[in-house]
Design a protein around this ligand. Structure first.
Ligand code: CA
Length: 221
């Protein structure tokens, strides 16, 4: 199936569901992928229902900028044979702690098949098992995409109150009887600066000096 990307913006401004205290807004455009986002080349630690784990190479790195060309250049497919409503997931981490405030999920359905009806993002600052408490938002998408958004090749862009994290999980709900086609997952925000160990040492030294000076002043007074 042809899956050309176009750049034209055709629909904006759909308010999303609100999960917890995190405000969120969904914008849907025709597909556009970033090569300079914060998730580019992220480290994948888990993929549910990976289509190629038994038959060859996993294409999951394609989600984060990989360019394996078969069966479709730069895209990832979960395994076929699962019914509509199946929830699949990918877990990954970045090399730096992030302040994240937007993700772009690039998808393509075919008359409702291979699409996503809902996506949810989880975030943690440390490695570990994801729980409901780690969920940043859950967002519904209309189906099929051509009817709802004007093209079957879309980027669902979710903006939200900034969260700090380095370990992430994306959950996707399958619309049809064929598996999800996931072209790209982009993350946006900024890298959180973590002080160098020598900075901590300098701060400790200054505090110690202050403490001893104060103690000495007390003894002399
Ligand atoms: Ca990317």
């Amino acid at each position: 199936m042809n899956y050309n990307k176009t750049k034209s913006l055709f629909l904006i401004g759909i308010m999303g569901l609100v999960s917890g205290a995190v405000a969120q807004t969904l914008t849907v455009t025709s597909a556009t992928e970033s090569t300079t986002d914060l998730f580019q080349s992220a480290n994948i630690t888990f993929v549910s229902n990976d289509r190629f784990t038994t038959g060859g190479e996993s294409l999951s790195p394609n989600i984060f900028g990989g360019a394996v060309t078969s069966p479709e250049g730069g895209r990832f497919f979960f395994a076929d044979g699962t019914p509509a409503g199946t929830v699949v997931s990918v877990e990954f981490n970045t090399t730096s702690l992030l302040s994240l405030d937007k993700i772009n999920l690039s998808l393509g359905d075919g008359g409702g098949n291979r699409g996503v009806s809902n996506f949810a993002l989880y975030s943690r600052t440390t490695a570990g098992t994801f729980t409901v408490a780690d969920r940043i938002f859950s967002q519904a998408l209309a189906s099929d995409y051509t009817t709802a958004y004007g093209t079957f090749s879309i980027t669902a862009s979710e903006s939200f109150t900034p969260v700090t994290g380095q370990f992430f999980r994306i959950e996707l709900t399958q619309t049809g009887s064929s598996s999800i086609r996931l072209a790209e997952l982009d993350g946006f925000g900024s890298v959180v600066a973590v002080p160098e160990p020598k900075t901590y040492l300098m701060l400790s030294s200054v505090l110690l000096l202050f403490f001893f000076k104060k103690k000495l002043a007390c003894r002399l007074s």
